[in-house]
Design a protein around this ligand. Structure first.
Ligand SMILES: [Zn+2]
Length: 430
């Protein structure tokens, strides 16, 4: 007896009419017409079954704190950082734990299976670190939570940040973070990248830096990050988050920079919702979009994963833990409108981000972890267009969240009585 069979699924690779068998937390078969008995059988009715959504860039220590102690009036990144500085001393470890656990409930309902969260290490008490290490343990059966030691106020600019960042890594934080564009000078920014990459190399850790989250075309710390990745043999283990200055850089310089990133095996994590909200704030008109060069990075062979960054915190009042919202915004801002480009945006919130985080057993194939999401949509593009409902979220072969399909009842003379938004899929999607 199998634990679970999902019947008649469409898959992200375009296959349709597929059954998925799960046993002991593992996918044991992906093929048509599986006849074995199972404890639970789900009829997917031709809807899309995907591996879980993956958020490669988030701030779980700040999430759901919107309005505490006050709102961000200007809406800028810098007021957000100042506001976070006001909140840090007055919040308790338990406050952070409770907010994070509530967020994880929401994340599960939205089909998120893995989150990389930065955690602020510019706090001598390391309250966020203590809280999120506890949360990582509490949610491990339903979310893979990876933590990044993030010196928010600058690892060199803040006098105790380096010691606290090292202490956070000693306590079990997984990844080395940084914020070179927030250091006092360009030289300090480059030096911070060097020191932090050396720490990662010594400890055998991954690196993920907030890098060049600025409209300043001269903010070029991604160059140093790529160079250090190569020098220290960190290829494939380093990500640059945001990279928004690349939007404003000179094209000739970028023609040198992107090949350097390719050589260094550096990944890119744009955060479309936040980038379109926060960048271009010093512009009048025309106003820059401020999203990094997604298409060019992808076409060069760099792994690009979209992150959500913030949900209801000092920097961003919106957000519902919906990675399809993130893909939708990334698609629009990057003008990724061909069928191939739109389908790729789904990959940017699933498999690409799983690759960046180094998740094992991710995917829909025999031997992968039985972590799946049933979406009320026929394919990847439709899932983004509809920001489709998650009808079932499955972890290790067990359903951990369910939702009834969205069906509207109509009262219109001579028209259908009900409407399934997924029925509006194009007839010949290719
Ligand atoms: Zn961030």
């Amino acid at each position: 007896m199998l634990d679970l069979i999902i019947k008649n699924a469409s898959l992200p690779d375009g296959r349709t009419g597929v059954d998925i068998a799960c046993q002991d937390g593992i996918i044991t078969a992906v093929e048509a017409g599986i006849t074995a008995e199972a404890t639970e059988v789900i009829d997917a009715k031709g809807y899309l079954v995907s591996p879980p959504f993956v958020d490669p860039h988030f701030h779980m220590d700040a999430t759901l704190s919107l309005g505490t102690p006050r709102m961000n009036v200007s809406g800028t990144l810098l007021e957000g950082i100042a506001l976070w500085g006001e909140l840090k001393p007055v919040q308790s470890v338990d406050d952070i734990i409770q907010r994070a656990l509530r967020y994880c409930d929401l994340a599960v309902s939205m089909g998120l299976g893995a989150i990389r969260s930065h955690v602020d290490t510019c706090d001598d008490e390391l309250k966020g670190v203590e809280a999120l290490l506890e949360v990582r343990e509490q949610v491990k059966d339903y979310i893979d939570l990876q933590l990044v030691a993030f010196p928010q106020d600058g690892v060199l600019r803040d006098p105790t940040a380096m010691a606290n960042t090292l202490r956070a890594l000693d306590m079990g934080v997984d990844v080395v973070g940084g914020i070179p564009h927030f250091e006092r000078t360009m030289a300090d920014g480059a030096e911070s990248v060097r020191q932090l990459c050396e720490i990662a190399a010594e400890r055998g850790l991954m690196v993920d830096m907030h890098c060049d989250e600025s409209d300043d075309p001269h903010s070029r710390h991604i160059e140093t990050l790529a160079c250090e990745s190569q020098r220290l043999g960190l290829q494939g283990r380093v990500a640059g988050s945001h990279l928004t200055s690349m939007h404003s850089m000179d094209n000739y310089y970028v023609s040198k920079l992107i090949p350097l990133m390719v050589e260094a095996g550096v990944h890119a994590i744009p955060n479309p919702l936040i980038n379109i909200m926060l960048q271009g704030r010093h512009d009048t008109y025309p106003k820059r979009r401020g999203q990094t060069r997604v298409r060019e990075l992808r076409d060069a062979g760099i792994t690009v994963g979209f992150g959500s960054d913030c949900v209801m915190d000092p920097w961003y009042s919106m957000g519902t833990a919906d990675m399809l919202d993130v893909a939708f915004m990334g698609l629009h801002v990057g003008q990724l409108s061909s069928r191939e480009d739109m389908a790729w945006c789904f990959d940017a919130v699933t498999q690409n981000s799983a690759h960046i985080m180094g998740l094992e057993g991710y995917g829909i194939a025999k031997g992968c972890a039985a972590n799946l999401v049933l979406l009320q949509a026929r394919d990847k593009i439709e899932a983004i267009r509809l920001r489709a409902d998650r009808l079932a979220v499955i972890r290790k072969g067990k359903v951990i969240a369910r939702k009834q399909p969205s069906v509207s009842c109509l009262s219109l003379p001579g028209r259908p009585e009900s409407l399934d938004p997924a029925d509006y899929a194009p007839k010949s999607p290719t």
